[in-house]
Structure formats: C-alpha cells, structure tokens
Design a protein around this ligand. Structure first.
Ligand SMILES: [Zn+2]
Length: 161
C-alpha cells in the first residue's frame, strides 16, 4: 500500500482524533463554543450512514438528516491526514466523475451527501471515544521515541503504516 504523507499540518485542537477503522471514518471533533465538550462523529463506508453525538452521548443537534459541521470537519481532517484518494477508497465514494485526481474534501462530502445518507447507528460513539481516550493515554504515559503502531493517526509523523 502506498504511503500517503499528510498534505498539510493538521489542526490538532479542532479535530484531535481521526481514523479509518471498523469500516468507518470516525473521530473526535472539538466543540466550537465549549472547550470542555467534544463530538464523536462517524461516517460508514459504502452507505455513508452518519452519526454525531457528544462525549456525554447526547445527539448532535446539527446531524439531523444531514452531515453536521463536525462530520464535515472530520472529512476535511481525514483528507489532510490520509489524502482524498485513500479516504474515497476506504469510504467507497465514487469521485471518478469529477476528473478523478481532483478529488478533495469538498467533492468527497458532496458525493456522499448527494446520496442522502441515513442516520447511522449511535452505538459506535462509545467505542470511538474509548479509542480516543486510549490514544490520549499513550500521549501522557509514553515519552519513548519508539514507534507505536496505534499512533499512526497522530499528525506529527505524517507517514501512515
Ligand atoms: Zn455534529
């Protein structure tokens, strides 16, 4: 598999966690207004069924019937981290109509929203959030410079295993 370096440094504060895992694009997005609140957002590969809720498991008000700003931010960060091509491939988004290589976060989001995806399963949120907390634990307790396979999402390395 081709290694896709981060195109640009990611804004860690806005989207502290993003990964392509469990058949989903999933991650954690900071609330724009409340520093103590984060949203756990995900989009399922193939169906683009989406979900967004707070770390306290309250449904996101913006994610009723359409992608909310958190999900859009998550897609944007995933494209920075993995590259548009890889995100499109993982989520099974057909962007070939849009001159292929020109795919970006915008065309990906547009291609997915134009299929009118359904609200997804909320149960994923707890899983995603506990993965996020586990990654945070690595940051706190691992001063070692040895590579950690699970840390591939972390933006400082750029390279993805
Ligand atoms: Zn949301």
């Amino acid at each position: 598999m081709r290694v896709v370096p981060s195109a640009r440094p990611r804004k860690l504060a806005k989207v502290p966690f993003v990964e392509l895992a469990d058949g989903r694009l999933q991650g954690v997005v900071s609330s724009g207004s409340d520093i103590g609140r984060v949203y756990v957002s995900s989009v399922e590969a193939g169906t683009y069924a989406f979900s967004c809720s707070t770390n306290n498991n309250r449904p996101c008000g913006g994610a009723r019937g359409a992608f909310c700003n958190h999900i859009r931010a998550l897609i944007g960060e995933a494209v920075l981290q993995y590259g548009a091509e890889r995100v499109a491939r993982y989520l099974k988004v057909d962007v070939s109509g849009d001159s292929g290589e020109g795919a970006d976060a915008h065309t990906l989001t547009f291609a997915m929203t134009s299929t009118h995806p359904a609200q997804g399963d909320k149960s994923a949120a707890a899983q995603v959030f506990s993965r996020f907390l586990r990654h945070l634990a690595y940051l706190e307790f691992a001063p070692s410079t040895a590579p950690l396979p699970e840390m591939h999402w972390f933006p400082t390395t750029g390279a993805v295993a």
